[in-house]
Ligand binder design. Structure first.
Ligand code: HEM
Length: 491
């Protein structure tokens, strides 16, 4: 999820210094933030003191009083932070970051316990500012009956049997974008965000083009700008502007919901259609704000994640020319068939792209844009012989599992052939696991396949600049969003 909605890794390197006027504002904001941060630290530090006799906490260091290991977490490469502790303490270890005592989980079996078998003991947890921005009634923030009711409706909107009908619309979006890239240098991440956003919009609102769509898009962009800003709701701050956009978005969505409620025929399908027609799925009707929060939430979850993964796909294919040629051969074969049969790309075609699919899988593993997720123990929990106190954060480390040499030999190597054989259970979890696992995984893969079909058969792309490396915005992506020059393929 655009976690922006999910929690990203911190950036291992500090951002460049801003210019003077910005510096003053920034330092004021910084002091306010620091004060806020201290309050949070003091509040949370109470967790550290409780430990009943005879109960053993997981091994690990809680770092300095109050600060814990936050500074190390923010100054080291996040991969080394986790790898060093895992080497020293094992698969399950404790630490203390951002004012929270945490238990890090890096074995597939333990992650499964947290996410699947004992999921009821570990609730999802997000900063209150994110809940406010997305909308408190969105499914990410809930557990139990309300969550299952919503999950049923959201899943129903993204089933393969439903999204197979969207292939031609997704293809139209691709065919609208590609010519605008021709013979120019594009910022891959930004373009992929635009693409994934348009796909998210048709999935959320269905095939009907409402006049509100343009306005909704603009408000979303405003909301997004403030999403990762400091949660300071003061006039002029990005957070304040984002909250204002969020309110306007709510009003627009409510109008749309009312309109569609009043005119069943207006329907329109998509996620909104499903949420409005809850009764058809034997689920109690939802209120307007429950619907609005979930539509906004799903669009958030859908586009930055997919865009970041697509950016990595282009990077890996660019750096592995033989693989790019092999993928192109696979896609050329499909294109020939489509031309012979005088038709357009179909869902069934996308089921016959084994190599391209493995490239996407390997990208999901290698880039692991969602490094981990957050849960919180809802009560004191006995866990693999250790004691996890109520209120502690528990983080299944997806990226660490995906980069473990025991499951993926030479983990740093980009090698799609790993997916030719069955994997060890629970070692590949880019879309999470259990009740909160991603309902959009099939849509995400579909939109990547459709884009790759047209891109590889008609274009080549050359990375501009020789700057290798990663930036966090908030997901890890290639530096500067991967600027590439796109040229049509001479056939
Ligand atoms: C490659 C792209 C994507 C990745 C890597 C991804 C990854 C994830 C992961 C790991 C989770 C579980 C988080 C947790 O357990 O805390 C999740 C949840 C979720 N994702 Fe995705 N996602 C992607 C695309 C999408 C798309 C396209 C949609 C929209 C249809 C979507 C909607 C959601 C929603 C609504 C949830 C919350 C589910 C719940 O709480 O029950 N995601 N995603």
């Amino acid at each position: 999820m655009q976690l922006q909605l999910f929690f990203p890794f911190p950036s291992p390197s500090p951002p460049p210094l801003p210019q003077t006027p910005t510096l003053i504002i920034t330092s004021t904001l910084f002091s306010s933030f620091f004060f806020f941060f201290l309050v949070v630290l003091v509040l949370f530090s109470s967790h550290q003191r409780r430990q009943p006799k005879g109960k053993i906490l997981p091994p690990g260091s809680m770092g300095w009083p109050y600060i814990g290991e936050t500074l190390k977490f923010y100054t080291q490469n996040p991969d080394s932070f986790f790898a060093n502790r895992r080497r020293r303490y094992g698969d399950t270890f404790k630490t203390h970051i951002l004012g929270c005592p945490c238990v890090m989980i890096s074995s597939p079996e333990a992650a499964r316990i947290v996410l699947v078998t004992k999921a009821h003991l570990f609730k999802p947890t997000y900063p209150p500012s994110k809940e406010k921005m997305i909308g408190p009634q969105a499914l990410f923030f809930h557990q139990g009956a309300y969550h299952s009711r919503l999950k049923k409706l959201v899943l129903a909107a993204f089933l393969p049997s439903v999204i197979r009908g969207s292939v031609s619309e997704i293809e139209q979006i691709v065919l609208k974008f590609l010519p605008t890239w021709e013979n120019t240098t594009i910022n891959t991440l930004q373009e992929m965000k635009r693409y994934a956003f348009d796909v998210a919009m048709i999935s959320a609102f269905g095939h009907k083009r409402d006049s509100e769509m343009k306005g909704i898009k603009q408000l979303y962009q405003c909301l997004e700008k403030g999403y990762n800003s400091m949660p300071l709701d003061l006039p002029g701050t990005p957070f304040h502007k984002a909250m204002k956009a969020r309110k306007q978005l709510n009003e627009t969505l409510r109008r749309l919901i009312q309109e569609r409620r009043g005119n069943e025929k207006a329907g329109g399908g998509g996620l909104l259609g499903n949420l409005l027609g809850a009764k058809n799925h034997k689920v109690d009707q939802l209120s307007d704000s429950q619907i609005a929060d979930n539509v906004i939430g799903v669009i958030f979850a859908a586009h930055d994640t997919t865009a970041s993964v697509l950016t990595w796909v282009l990077k890996y294919l660019h750096d592995n020319r033989d693989l790019l040629e092999a993928v192109t051969r696979e896609q050329d074969g499909i294109q020939r068939k489509i031309i012979e049969e005088n038709r357009r790309l179909t869902w069934d075609d996308t089921r016959h792209m084994p190599l391209t699919t493995r490239v996407i899988q390997e990208t999901l593993r290698r880039a692991s844009i969602l490094s981990f997720t957050f849960r919180e123990a809802v009560e004191d929990v006995e866990f693999e012989g250790y004691y996890i106190p109520k209120g502690w954060k528990v983080l299944p480390l997806f990226r660490t599992i995906h980069h473990c040499a025991d499951f993926f030999p030479q983990p740093e190597k980009f090698d799609p052939s790993r997916f030719e054989v069955p994997l060890r259970p629970n070692t590949f979890i880019p879309f999470g696991n259990g009740v909160h696992s991603c309902p959009g995984s099939e849509l995400a893969k579909l939109e990547m396949l459709v884009l790759l079909h047209h891109l590889t058969t008609s274009y080549r792309w050359q990375v501009v600049g020789d700057e290798d490396g990663i930036q966090y915005g908030p997901f890890p992506v290639p530096k500067r969003g991967l600027p590439v020059k796109v040229t049509p393929l001479q056939k």
